[in-house]
Design a protein. Structure first.
Lengths: 311, 277
């Protein structure tokens, strides 16, 4: 398609019968497309390449915010590999990511199947569950912290009223799961809505045929529904991984990294902005970036694939 | 659901649906309830007093008169609008270029999306040092630039999807009719992607409005945003749940309204255009 248009543009330019002016040259296709993308490319160079080079460079130094930097080669990386304060948050981040994604997809599948029918007020129900999605995660985490407070929190009050007794939601043994639960609460509407949209778009005749053939509903779900939804499940998994690996706001609103809830980015933050250990902080940052880049590359391919498929 | 009678399945369906809705809306409703409670009701140890209380405007009064609430609200507004405008100026032409000519063969587009993967804290260190040198710390301009940075990739990718929906034949027809490139863009393409531009702008506004990490690290007094102010209500020695709830009640209102009116586009936006909800 682009070729056809290119030839039209060439005809226009040649028909002038003289040497094109600078303006005409720049608005020719070859330059025009780059001119349009130029501001973005500059922004990317400044805002992506600069931090990357900075962090990479600093990671070879022992340096604080204002003090002198001493070149120490790969020492920071060696320290990191043996640093239990790096591996534990990394493991936790992995744990949180897996728990949240699995729970969100299961809830999403369940509610998607439940709501994949015509019922009174279906549009209102679908609209209402989307409400928490766009609210600031920081504010929601503070609200949840309040709701889960030991003495006056509504949830514990409710538990007392129905005779379950108070639960210490922020005990070191369970605080990480509480944070998972808050995150799942905010994001299950996302997986539910995506999967519901997917279910609605599935061809009805396939299910009709399966029903006529006497297939059991569990069989139909496993052999027809699930495979057809799998591209969407992949998209949800990738997008959520990208967000979850950088979970920060819910930590600030609740435990602030205490009681065994420190995650990857919180540790980078603490090293750089609380201890002002810029050198080591940069090393950890590079590592965090490296992990997200791998996921990013996979995600990009998948997004383009889905975009192409839906067009 | 064809059976009109009250069956067990029907009851179960509505029980689950109501429970889910209650679970989703309950905490949001709780913000609004708490905002109108007096301190003694908030800290009351019984469910009765927490649910049946005499509404009061004390929290709002305290919020408005003892805290720089309107200033931070204004800051959030200025920074969100400023960064969104900047994002659109940069992302719009770029997305058009990627969608129409596949500029850079997908590599630039990939790098655009990759910049979104960039962990905020990673970028924060170099920018903190750079901004300190340029004395951009705690300024509106500084935050506008940072918000622009983390929104531009998202906006480009989302707009890219919308531009791809415009049939290239329309542009070719306009070109044969003798329109220039800018005229085609303005008269043919732009009207067709207007919903896309609106959706993308609202998303950028909301992301900026909700942003916490950068505003927290890069502002002290002058450019403090609403999320930073609200976060300050807890963590100090006395926890001010009432003031926090009042602040939250007002500042999440725009996002709740946006979520309600943008229903159709939320999923499309959150999936970078891959799923058209």
């Amino acid at each position: 398609m682009a070729n056809v248009k290119g030839s039209v543009a060439t005809v226009n330019e040649n028909s002038l019968g003289r040497k094109p002016t600078i303006w005409e040259t720049l608005s020719g296709e070859k330059y025009f497309k780059w001119m349009l993308a130029l501001p973005l490319i500059i922004v990317l160079l400044v805002f992506m390449v600069y931090p990357l080079i900075f962090c990479l460079y600093k990671s070879f130094f022992q340096s604080s915010l204002s003090g002198n930097a001493i070149f120490i080669g790969l020492e920071n990386y060696r320290v990191m590999l043996h640093d239990i304060n790096f591996w534990i948050p990394l493991g936790r981040t992995f744990q949180v990511t897996v728990i949240c994604i699995v729970a969100e997809i299961l809830i999403g599948l369940g509610l998607g199947m439940l709501w994949n029918r015509d019922f009174k007020g279906q549009n209102i129900v679908r609209g209402l569950i989307l409400l928490p999605l766009l609210v600031a995660p920081l504010i929601l985490s503070i609200v949840w912290n309040f709701l889960l407070e030991y003495n006056i929190g509504f949830i514990n009050q409710l538990f007392v009223a129905i005779g379950l007794g108070r639960v210490n939601w922020w005990a070191p043994s369970g605080a990480l799961y509480t944070i998972c639960a808050i995150t799942i609460w905010q994001w299950f509407p996302f997986s539910t809505s995506v999967l519901l949209a997917g279910l609605k778009s599935l061809p009805k005749d396939v299910f009709e045929a399966a029903r006529v053939d006497g297939a059991k509903s569990w069989f139909t779900f496993r052999k027809i529904t699930l495979p057809m939804l799998s591209p969407l499940i992949v998209i949800i998994t990738l997008l959520r991984t990208m967000w979850l690996i950088r979970l920060f706001d819910p930590l600030y609103g609740t435990t602030r990294g205490a009681v065994g809830t420190e995650l990857l980015d919180w540790m980078v933050y603490r090293t750089s902005f609380v201890y002002f250990d810029i050198g080591y902080g940069s090393t950890l940052a590079i590592m965090s970036l490296f992990l997200t880049m791998i996921i990013g590359a996979i995600m990009f391919k998948q997004l383009i694939k889905t975009l192409n498929a839906s067009n | 659901m064809k059976n009109k009678g009250i069956t067990f399945k029907r009851v179960l369906f509505w029980v689950i649906t109501s429970l889910v809705l209650l679970g989703v809306l309950g905490p949001l409703l709780w913000i609004y309830l708490t905002a109108f409670k007096s301190s003694s009701d908030i800290f009351a140890g019984t469910l009765g007093r927490q649910l049946l209380f005499t509404p009061t405007l004390d929290n709002f009064k305290r919020l408005f008169f003892q805290f720089p609430y309107f200033k931070t609200l204004g800051n959030s507004l200025i920074i969100s609008l400023g960064s969104t405008a900047l994002v659109m100026i940069i992302a719009l032409p770029a997305a058009y270029s990627f969608a129409r000519w596949n500029t850079g063969g997908g590599h630039i587009l990939f790098n655009t999306i990759a910049s979104r993967m960039f962990p905020g804290v990673v970028a924060a260190i170099p920018f903190f040092i750079l901004f300190r040198k340029l004395s951009l710390l705690d300024t509106h301009i500084g935050l506008i630039l940072l918000f622009m940075y983390f929104n531009v990739s998202f906006a480009t990718f989302l707009l890219y999807g919308f531009f791809r929906d415009v049939p290239v034949e329309l542009e070719q027809a306009a070109m044969i009719d003798g329109y220039g490139r800018f005229a085609i863009f303005r008269k043919v393409v732009l009207p067709l992607v207007l919903p896309g531009i609106a959706t993308t702008s609202v998303f950028c506004l909301i992301w900026s409005w909700n942003e916490f990490l950068f505003s927290f690290l890069f502002s002290r007094k002058v450019a403090t945003t609403i999320t930073v102010l609200i976060s300050s209500f807890w963590g100090s020695i006395d926890v001010q749940y009432g003031t926090m709830a009042a602040g939250a009640a007002i500042s999440i209102l725009p996002t709740l309204i946006a979520a309600w009116f943008m229903q159709r586009y939320i999923i499309r936006g959150l999936t970078f255009g891959a799923v058209k909800g």
